[in-house]
Design a protein around this ligand. Structure first.
Ligand code: NAD
Length: 300
């Protein structure tokens, strides 16, 4: 896999090793404490990537490495880095004989948060919803999805490809109070809906995202080659129903949001359930309850 040292990457490493896979992470950042081999390779370097993969001869490649936060680097750097990496990794994986390749995209491809205004065409959003990226990160993810379609057209007779769009990833430490990717704690995100509103309150537990990867490896051939999957929790990261919250941030969506009664999320993972049998197992209410109980019962 690539990007095993990352926020999501570490949970994917754990899920893969727990499921009995021999895992090697290719990443520039060291991977400590998980007991798997790490190769330090700059994946924007096509020759170095090819050499590393030919040496490793992986059966399957999970491609997570990316500049993973919008606006965390200059826009051209994000676009060029993420696009060159996916091209290099897909090519090197096929050249080295891998028979399964899964790449990480993102729900941001949908286009929420665009400064010129954005409205969903329908809710909940699924994989058929049109994409409309408005920044380099989201555009790079759209290109990653297109690169996978290109690879299917070229190598799909011998290799099974897939794409997943993990929602906002929350790791076990973050349930216990560590800052999330955007800097706020989970409880702060819940207390102030402004923080999660832009991404329509989407989230997924990191272990569930890891479980999606192991499930995909077992079941990918049950889905059309190159299938794209949203991977999100079964509920929204909000204390109030999105039926009310979404229209308060996106006026004019009252009618569409009627489909989001109760705790329903704005992004549907029904395709992953239908084609792969994957369902999320963790939700914020039980995770925060468990974290609170652990704190209360910890010896002082
Ligand atoms: N974390 C989320 O909430 C989230 C949500 C949607 C999609 N994603 C996607 O999932 C993937 C993993 O996300 P993450 O949160 O673990 O990101 P992260 O930033 O924590 O980790 C990314 C890893 O990629 C590595 N990397 C970057 N450039 C590299 C290069 N040139 N060569 C080799 N390695 C390089 C980094 O060293 C890092 O370890 C990314 O593709 C991201 O866009 C993440």
């Amino acid at each position: 896999m690539t990007g095993g040292s990352g926020r999501l990457g570490r949970s994917v490493v754990r899920a893969l090793t727990d499921d009995g896979h021999e895992v090697i992470s290719v990443d520039r950042r060291p991977l400590e404490g998980l007991g798997v081999e790490q190769r330090d390779v700059d994946l924007t370097d096509a020759d170095a990537t090819s050499r590393a993969f030919l040496d490793l001869r992986p059966d399957a490649v999970i491609h997570l490495a990316a500049i993973a936060v919008p606006f965390s680097a200059p826009e051209p750097v994000i676009l060029n880095t993420n696009v060159s990496m996916v091209w290099n990794v897909l090519s090197a994986a096929v050249e080295a004989g891998a028979t399964q390749v899964l790449a990480a995209s993102s729900p941001t491809v949908i286009g929420y948060g665009a400064p010129t205004g954005w409205r969903p065409q329908y809710l909940p959003i699924d994989e058929n919803h049109p994409v409309a990226p408005w920044n380099a990160y989201a555009l790079s993810k759209q290109v990653i999805e297109a690169a996978v379609r290109t690879a299917v057209a070229r190598d799909g007779d011998s290799v099974t490809f897939g794409v997943f769009r993990p929602c906002f990833v929350i790791s076990p430490e973050e349930w216990r109070g560590a800052p999330t990717q955007q800097g706020h704690t989970v409880v702060e995100r819940l207390d102030n809906p402004d923080y999660a509103a832009v991404s329509l309150f989407n989230y997924v537990d990191a272990r569930d995202a890891g479980d999606f990867v192991t499930t995909w490896l077992k079941r990918a051939s049950d889905a059309p080659n190159g299938s794209v999957f949203f991977v999100g929790a079964a509920d929204a990261l909000a204390r109030e129903s999105l039926q009310n919250l979404v229209p308060s941030y996106l006026p004019g969506t009252e009618h569409l949001a009627e489909a989001l009664a109760g705790s329903a999320p704005a992004f549907s993972s029904a395709k992953a359930e239908l084609l792969l049998g994957w369902t999320p197992k963790h939700d914020w209410r039980s995770e925060l309850d468990a974290a609170r109980t652990a704190t209360e019962t910890a010896p002082s």
